[in-house]
Design a protein around this ligand. Structure first.
Ligand SMILES: [Fe+2]
Length: 269
């Protein structure tokens, strides 16, 4: 799903129709998560220089703290800073599994001020912030970035890490970011609907190979912000490449993004 800060800061500029579609789709995701009786939410998103910087920008990261605060950026949120519970036992298990079984060595964070990348999806699916969150991160903003295939591998590894947890948890995973957008570069605000539709089709078909086969040159079509599609790819791979049900798609230049929300309908055995 989308995670743009503009979903909060310039919400009303998108017009009544798009706002209604987005609200309904977010609410539907929240309902489905509640119906699944989830006990913890894992987000796959990216930081935007609010926690990680040029001096050390991890390719992958996992947050293991007992709680988080956010939003730590320019969101105008009437509730002020919010405390969101974490799930350290499962988070630490995930890290250990990734290190020992998967050949992934993510950065580990014990303190994070969540920015819009994680905060927006949580805010719109769980407005009461009452579901514990394990935030995970991929570098989608600072080249060089992980390959799309590596993002898919991260999602697969994450699923196996969760499935190997000996405790009782019901886990839901949200990948957040994208779709096409151009930020801080010439053409800022442009949305490439044609390229978004290509993504729509690949996700709809469950074509993980088609997605990870997109070249760096292809990805330029989606803008620098479109690199965040890594978070969708990791979520889809986490769901064993299941085809996506599109709950909404709309090009929304007033939010500076192509806005999409999907459900991969995956349930672990
Ligand atoms: Fe972003």
């Amino acid at each position: 799903m989308g995670h743009a800060p503009n979903l909060v800061t310039t919400w009303e500029r998108a017009g009544e129709d798009v706002c209604r579609q987005a609200l309904e789709a977010f609410a539907e995701v929240g309902r489905r998560i509640q119906a699944a009786q989830a006990t913890v939410l894992i987000t796959i998103s990216n930081d935007h220089f609010n926690n990680f910087f040029l001096n050390n920008f991890p390719a992958f990261g996992v947050g293991v703290a007992e709680s988080w605060i956010g939003p730590e950026d320019d969101l105008r949120y009437s509730g002020g800073l919010i405390n969101i519970p974490g799930r350290p036992e499962l988070a630490n298990h995930i890290v250990r599994h990734l290190y020992e079984q998967e050949g992934f060595d993510p950065a580990v964070s014990h303190f994070l001020k969540l920015d819009h990348g994680t905060f927006v999806p949580v805010r719109y699916t769980f407005p009461d912030f009452n579901l514990p969150v394990i935030p995970t991160f991929q570098n989608c903003i600072q080249p060089p970035m992980p390959t799309l295939a590596r993002s898919a591998a991260f999602g697969q590894a994450l699923r196996r890490a969760v499935e190997s947890f000996p405790g009782e948890e019901r886990v839901v995973v949200i990948g957040a970011g994208g779709m096409s957008h151009f930020i801080g570069v010439p053409g800022q605000g442009r949305v490439n609907e044609d390229f978004d539709r290509r993504w729509v089709s690949l996700f709809e078909k469950g074509d993980l190979q088609g997605l990870t086969g997109l070249t760096p040159e292809d990805m330029l079509e989606g803008g620098n912000g479109g690199e965040e599609i890594r978070n969708w790819i990791a979520a889809m791979a986490c769901a064993e490449g299941r085809p996506a049900e599109w709950l909404m798609y709309a090009p929304v230049p007033p939010w500076l993004i192509g806005m999409g929300i999907v459900d991969f309908h995956y349930q672990s055995a």
